[in-house]
Design a protein around this ligand. Structure first.
Ligand code: UD1
Ligand code: MG
Length: 455
């Protein structure tokens, strides 16, 4: 059977106290909505429709960038009403649809896949979980055979119903055409005056369709409604990402201090020291070492390279095999070829550094003139002396050397020396005389102060 997905993301998210739509808040570097879309895709969902707020321009453009379709819900009359807003897009879909909320970033593909499988068997499936604190989640009422009898929202539940520990996770699979028939028939006679998606299973039951209840992992089912819940979801996602990488052979001395993104790629036998942050878009090849307190984003670290401690790799940094990037070195949009070294206090931006070139401490590429960025090209085996300023656009050809403290404004030919230092002057005995003069002055001051006190 064909599979479609419907993600509800039009709520205000008022409990987040944010100017940004709730589902756009990131978890491991990707908006929550993106995690739900990815998990649906992995479960073989062909078409995904995201229901958004009229003012949810950011949500729509993000969803479309991820290949999903969008629908608008105005005004926000509840989750059942939100689902009905996808009718123009999915009403004619000939197959099954799985509905999820956009605020459940930890959901995994296998749960969607299981919901589809169960739906094929009985006509409808819903995911439930037992949270440590059932809080205000909807409560699942089961019939004698273990199928869903109905869902009672917390605000509508009796004291006895509130004691039910099995809660609605918010994942529902059913026939697409029937869904929109049921959502059109929903009533809003409840404590919140809303059209609840959670009333749909009861409508299906009245037509003889049994709703299978799947129990899912409580962490995976977590819905994010506040900043504290967002932080908890982030922590849970980090635990999962670290475990996945360690299972692939990545070494971490203190995994709880390493922060990863949803798309971080790290190969086996990479060692990561404590307190390292991987923003999105990073690939680290086998045998590399990422030393303590480094920050990496949008970059590639080649096999056997050493990064840090205290290094910053910004987008477009590409380090080939065996490159060394040491403490307080920042690299942006630059390619360091095999064996190149920049070990201390350096900024390389918009540059190429040839194989085995050595970049001395304090070297800076002056790549920005306030209007445009310019390139610096350094040839293989070049030696850039400490504290060299390379005023781009400029080229230092193969094997050339720049003298420490030089400001390089013109191309340096291969194997040449470029030096812009002014010549050193020697004044014999000057330091000794200087100290004597200063000490004599100090002595006179002291005597004057003593004389003042006596008066
Ligand atoms: C909902 C469920 C509850 C379940 C819980 C799981 C209903 C009525 N309740 O409650 O049973 O235990 O999720 O996390 O469904 N949304 C819209 N339009 C609206 C209202 C909401 O698109 O008019 C979207 C929100 O953006 C959100 C999702 O639907 O992504 C769920 O809404 P939320 O307000 O978080 O519902 P809960 O109170 O958490
Ligand atoms: Mg919620």
């Amino acid at each position: 059977m064909k599979r479609a997905g419907l993600i509800l993301a039009a709520g205000q998210g008022t409990r987040m106290k944010s100017a940004h739509p709730k589902v756009m808040h990131p978890v491991a570097g990707l908006p929550m909505l993106g995690h739900v879309i990815n998990a649906m895709r992995e479960a073989g969902v062909e078409r995904i429709v995201v229901v958004t707020h009229a003012a949810g321009e950011a949500v729509r453009s993000f969803a479309e960038k991820m290949g999903a379709e969008t629908a608008v819900q105005t005004p926000q009359l509840g989750t059942g009403h939100a689902a009905s807003c996808a009718a123009p897009a999915l009403g004619g879909f000939d197959g099954a649809v799985v509905i999820a909320y956009g605020d459940m970033p930890l959901v995994e593909a296998q749960t969607f896949a299981a919901a589809f499988t169960a739906q094929e068997a009985t006509g409808m499936a819903i995911a439930a979980f037992r949270p440590a604190d059932p809080a205000t989640y909807g409560r699942m009422v089961l019939d004698a055979d273990g199928f869903l009898s109905g869902i009672v929202e917390f605000k509508d539940a009796s004291e006895a119903q509130r004691k039910i520990s099995l809660c609605n996770a918010g994942i529902l699979a059913c026939d697409a055409k029937k869904l929109f028939r049921w959502t059109a028939a929903l009533k809003n006679e409840n404590a919140q005056g809303e059209y609840y998606l959670t009333d749909v299973p009861a409508l299906a039951k009245s037509e003889g369709i049994r709703c299978t209840v799947l129990t899912m992992d409580a962490t995976e089912a977590t819905g994010v409604n506040s900043r504290a819940e967002l932080a908890a979801a982030e922590a849970a996602m980090q635990v999962r990402l670290r475990a996945d990488l360690m299972a692939l052979g990545v070494g971490m001395i203190a995994p709880e201090t390493v922060f990863l993104s949803y798309d971080t790629v790290i190969e086996a036998d990479v060692t990561i020291e404590p307190n390292v942050f991987f923003a999105p878009g990073v690939t680290v090849r086998s045998g590399a070492q990422i030393r303590a307190f480094s920050h990496l984003e949008g970059c590639e670290v080649g096999p056997g390279a050493i990064v840090g401690p205290f290094a910053r790799l910004r987008p477009g940094a590409v380090l080939d095999a065996g490159v060394h990037v040491g403490n307080f070195v920042e690299i942006k949009n630059s390619h360091l070829e095999a064996g190149a070294k920049a070990n201390h206090l350096t900024y390389l931006g918009d540059a190429r550094v040839g194989a085995h070139a050595n970049i001395g401490a304090g070297t800076i590429t002056c790549n920005y003139d306030g209007f445009n960025k310019h390139r610096t090209d350094i040839g293989a085996n070049a030696f850039i002396g400490s504290d060299t300023s390379l005023v781009a656009p400029v080229r230092v050809f193969e094997g050339a050397i720049t003298g420490a403290g030089s400001t390089i404004t013109k191309d340096v030919p291969a194997n040449a020396l470029a030096l812009t230092r002014s010549e050193q002057k020697i004044v014999p005995g000057w330091a000794e005389k200087y100290r004597a003069r200063k000490m004599a002055l100090q002595e006179t001051k002291k005597q004057l102060q003593a004389a003042k006190k006596e008066k």
